[in-house]
Design a protein. Sequence first.
Length: 420
Amino acid sequence: MVFHSFKAIVKTLLTILFFIFYTCHVKAAELHVGKAFEFKNIKSALAAAKNGDHLIIHAGTYAEGEIVINKSLHITGKGMPAIDGKNKWQVMVIEGSNIIVEGLNIINSGYSSMYDWAGIKVINSSNIILRNNTLTNNAAGIYLQNVINTQVSNNSITGNATGEVEAGNAIHCWKSSGLRILNNVLTKHRDGLYFEFVSASLIQGNVSSDNFRYGIHFMFSNDDTYIHNTFRQNGSGVAVMFSKNVIMRYNRFLQNWGSAAYGILLKEIQGGAVEHNQFTSNTVGIYMEGCSKMMVAANTFSANGWAMRVQASCENNTITGNNYFGNTFDVGTNGTMQLNTFTRNYWDKYEGYDLNKDGVGDIHYLPVSLYSMIVEKMPAASLLLHSFMVSIMDKAERLLPGITPVNLVDDVPLMKPLVL
């Protein structure tokens, strides 16, 4: 019995080795597309291609209607060939696995309110790589639907958004996992990045700017990480909502101004971390509503209207080791009860002293001013900003708190900024 089992194992191993040897020695065919080559258009080359082949599309303009890729192919553009939707069609649809598309200029998709047309749409696929492409003037740039283990990297995606209704998103991801969205430049869409029901994914090194609504719009997506991204001058900043265990580190949230604009809006978030980020020149650096068990640490808040607005619905969050410079208001809130911990932060408005020279202020700091509470209730009161009477009211409130939440306090304020 043992001998027969051993023979079966050896036979299986030999079969595997033969398959590996055979695979390695079967060379993939190269199919060239262009005026000077055998294939004059992309669709004819796709029809002739077999799994594993390499399609090389040479410089030129190709307007062939909707191009469908459902074989395992490597598609490379030479000289950035333009694949033109003529404002009538979806440009490229991918349905398959083990597909690489690179070096293409995808332009002028049509618009459909029913079917979410895009420059490149990937549906029910796995192990896809989209890299080094330029996508311009498409309703949506790259659209991923029910996709796993896919990389979108080093693409430049520029839209034509003039409003929210007809514009699509630069990179739209729905019901997917294992995505890697890396080093893309995203501009002039509705949202730069849109994630819904996306898990275990990495968003890194992207620049999302001048989008009509959000730099990133993130909903019902758990266990994701985004690091080293820049979100600049977007209509409403960044929104992360209804998600768990999201890690946000080393990002920059810059110049998101407007009556409803935030560096980042966190709504109904459980767990996760916001660490080592830069919030500069936003109406609100971080807006937190319904958040719990989050770590907000080692961030720099500078020249914002509000550095943070932490609503009374938040609890068990820890805000520690952050620097606050030149913000109109350090912290705002809408209630007198606070269940969060502020500790060991540097506040440039702190006027306390350090008699024992241990680097920690000897009296606590109340980051919520009376005036910020008034503005929370009556926004029109912001017209009195920097007035003498407001300054007197704030100082009196700090001495004898009556309106500001006395339990929203940093008991260990730092005397010097942290090196972050």
